[in-house]
Design a protein around this ligand. Structure first.
Ligand code: SAH
Ligand code: SF4
Length: 382
């Protein structure tokens, strides 16, 4: 990576030659594998195995241009060059944190800026990817909610975050990207079709080649979509619980008014889990609101029929918010109660807070948004 520092902070990552956005052309990365097969066969009139080669170049080999695709005949490469575009986003900036976490920002064809977070650790590298520009769910403790929903990301806008992260953090230097969590900006199950299609490409051997256990979708609790997900795809599920009474959850997560706790818990109890797999329960700790032992006790009762592990996330502060992060003692007391009741409960250390890359800090309106979006953001009521 080149480190070209500038006044906005962070640096501009080097972009490989051949990467450009061509919204006027056919977007190969927005196709499912079947659609790509049909395009190569029916539209381009090529043999089927060419589609497989193309797919492999696009994802496994991260080709930056058609020219690189050396086992495709020159005629086909020229046809593709003429009709189709390979990229959906371009890298914009990278903001490093002292702990190695990087917030990555990308620009889309319409000027929208989206974000991912690269989180290295000893035994794995995780990329947290966005599924929407903004979010419609309106959780009161979350910064992204303030943007409202500007739009869904396309399949390629989701998968390209992974492709570029792999290019920015080459395996030889940083180790392999092992885990992807759809926990960036947006509610992935509110952009269901694109999120699922993107996860199919992530877990395809010839595609991005991630293990399906290591691709996780995090949801605020859209119950019908959770039910459908269990039928449609085998990946890991994380659910943001964040409260143990409907009274509080209604207040901090408006989605609870449509799908209250009893309905959500029932859907999780019925979720088709493979043997030895668990649902991750995420719980943002808000001082004085949901961090007492009475909350922990309700949680123990509530989750007793769900094979799960619990991630406790001390609330990450952002400006102009009335919430408070609990003291370490209170967080540990909460965790201890869960452990004493035989739950696997981890405190998720806050990483990348300096880069505003931590949970719930994605999307700083005004700063991240291109001008023509600001009005829309202001007008959208979360
Ligand atoms: N929309 C999905 C995924 C993105 S939000 C969802 O809600 O699950 C990712 C996680 O960050 C959620 O668990 C959410 O509860 C949590 N979160 C939001 N704002 C936060 C904040 N300020 N501090 C800590 N966690 C936060
Ligand atoms: Fe959306 Fe998740 Fe933030 Fe709620 S916590 S507003 S669902 S991104």
């Amino acid at each position: 990576m080149t480190h070209d520092h500038d006044p906005e902070g962070g640096f501009v990552p080097e972009c490989p030659a051949g990467v450009e956005l061509r919204p006027d052309k056919i977007q190969l990365k927005d196709m499912t594998r079947d659609q790509l097969d049909a395009f190569v066969k029916d539209t381009l009139g090529e043999k089927r195995f060419r589609a497989e080669q193309l797919f492999n170049w696009m994802y496994a080999r991260r080709a930056a241009s058609f020219e690189e695709m050396s086992n495709l005949p020159r005629g086909l490469r020229l046809k593709l060059e003429d009709a189709a575009s390979l990229h959906r986003i371009v890298p914009r900036r990278a903001y490093p944190s002292p702990d190695g976490t990087h917030k990555l920002t990308f620009t889309c064809h319409d000027g929208a800026v989206i974000e991912s977070v690269w989180i290295p650790s000893e035994d794995r590298n995780t990329l947290c990817v966005s599924s929407q520009v903004g979010c419609a769910m309106g959780c009161t403790f979350c910064l992204t909610a303030r943007m409202g929903l500007l739009r869904n990301l396309s399949i390629g806008e989701i998968t390209d975050q992974i492709t570029f992260a792999r290019r920015l953090f080459p395996e030889e230097e940083h180790g392999r990207l092992t885990n992807v969590v759809m926990r960036g900006m947006g509610e992935p199950l509110h952009n269901y079709d694109n999120a699922v299609a993107a996860m199919r490409i992530m877990t395809d051997d010839k595609g991005l080649g991630l293990s399906n256990r290591k691709v996780t979708v995090s949801t605020s609790g859209l119950v019908p979509a959770i039910e459908k997900l269990g039928q449609d795809i085998n990946i890991s599920l994380a659910v943001s619980l964040n409260a143990t009474t409907d009274e509080l959850r209604d207040e901090i997560m408006p989605v609870n008014k449509r799908y209250p706790l009893a309905v959500l818990i029932k859907a999780l109890e019925d979720y088709p889990l493979r043997p030895r797999r668990r649902i991750t329960i995420e719980y943002v700790l808000l001082e004085g609101l949901n961090d007492g032992l009475e909350d922990a006790a309700r949680m123990v009762q509530m989750l007793k029929r769900i094979p799960c592990k619990i991630n406790l996330i001390p609330w990450n502060p952002h400006p102009d918010s009335a919430f408070k992060r609990p003291s370490r003692d209170r967080v540990e007391r909460f965790q201890r109660y869960l452990i004493d009741n035989h739950y696997n409960a981890l405190i998720r250390e806050t990483r990348g807070i300096e880069a505003m890359a931590a949970c719930g800090q994605l999307g700083k309106p005004g700063e991240q948004l291109p001008k023509r979006f600001r009005k829309a953001a202001e007008a959208t009521t979360p």
